[in-house]
Design a protein around this ligand. Structure first.
Ligand SMILES: Nc1ncnc2c1ncn2[C@@H]1O[C@H](COP(=O)(O)OP(=O)(O)OP(=O)(O)O)[C@@H](O)[C@H]1O
Ligand SMILES: [Mg+2]
Length: 253
């Protein structure tokens, strides 16, 4: 009689492999096992000027150009002209992507947020399905919350917003300015609603001549189901966009 093995490995057919969505930002994807899990949402939190928008636009641009994945940039703060023009500085031509149906910019003024909620995100949903968007950036959730000063209302709006986001089915980056306690990525409620949190910040360092210069960095605070890098990584602005370097690699240079 043959005794069945005490342990039989699970057939690969039973394993659900979640696709990773790379940013294409040099040095970043390797910090998060190759990219964000498909259809998850990640919070990019940080004060003004820390590089959140640049990171997000690079994610959209690379998605379109390298992987043919259309993307939508939903802005509450920056007009299309302003953002597309700034992107040209890095060689990212969003006007051309828009013409090819690989990118769309949607602009809502802060006071139109109610409209977005009332229509159940209709315009956004329609745009996503029209171009078959796989990537979405929301810049920023802070502006989105501005009109809901009452805590309860703000909470309700936030939950509603995340419900819509999940239905849209994109891999999303949600930007949050760290202005209020509620949006503090470490303790705020929004941190629990998102699958990942990346903290953007800057500090000062001295260059070889002893001159103090600004040093941009990011830190992955949380990413569900991902063995991610736990240190601070430096973000370097180049002519082609951001390059990310682990602190250890910088020390080795
Ligand atoms: N080409 C560049 N070279 C060096 N630094 C740059 C370059 N472009 C932008 N920066 C730096 O990045 C900052 C702006 O980055 P970005 O707009 O992505 O930040 P942000 O976090 O979205 O800011 P905000 O909260 O104001 O929207 C600038 O203030 C500047 O310090
Ligand atoms: Mg910005």
């Amino acid at each position: 009689m043959t005794v069945p093995p005490a342990y039989s490995p699970v057939s690969p057919d039973f394993r659900h492999v979640i696709r990773r969505v790379p940013t294409g930002i040099p040095g970043f994807d390797e910090l998060v096992e190759g990219g964000f899990e498909e259809k998850t949402n990640t919070l990019l939190a940080g004060y003004a000027g820390t590089g959140k928008t640049t990171f997000s636009m690079q994610f959209l641009y690379n998605g379109a150009v390298k992987w043919n994945e259309p993307g939508v940039y939903l802005s509450f703060a920056e007009s299309k002209e302003s953002i597309f023009q700034h992107c040209l500085n890095f060689g990212w031509d969003f006007y051309a992507l828009e013409q090819k149906g690989l990118a769309r910019h949607l602009f809502y003024k802060a006071h139109q947020v109610n409209k977005l909620l009332e229509e159940g995100g209709g315009t956004v949903r329609d745009t996503i399905s029209e171009i078959g968007a796989k990537r979405l950036v929301i810049d920023s959730i802070t502006a989105y919350g501005l009109l809901f000063r009452d805590d309860y209302k703000q909470r309700e709006a936030l939950l509603l917003f995340f419900e819509m986001l999940i239905k849209w089915g994109c891999t999303s980056l949600i930007i949050a300015e760290q202005l209020s306690g509620m949006l503090d990525a470490r303790s705020g409620e929004i941190g629990f609603l998102t699958d990942g949190i990346i903290d953007f910040s800057y500090g000062q360092m001295e260059d070889d001549s002893g001159t103090k210069i600004r040093r941009h960095q990011l830190e992955i605070l949380k990413m569900r189901g991902t063995a991610h890098y736990n240190g601070e990584a430096e973000m370097i602005f180049t002519k082609q966009g951001l390059v990310v370097k682990k602190t250890q690699d910088l020390l080795r240079q």
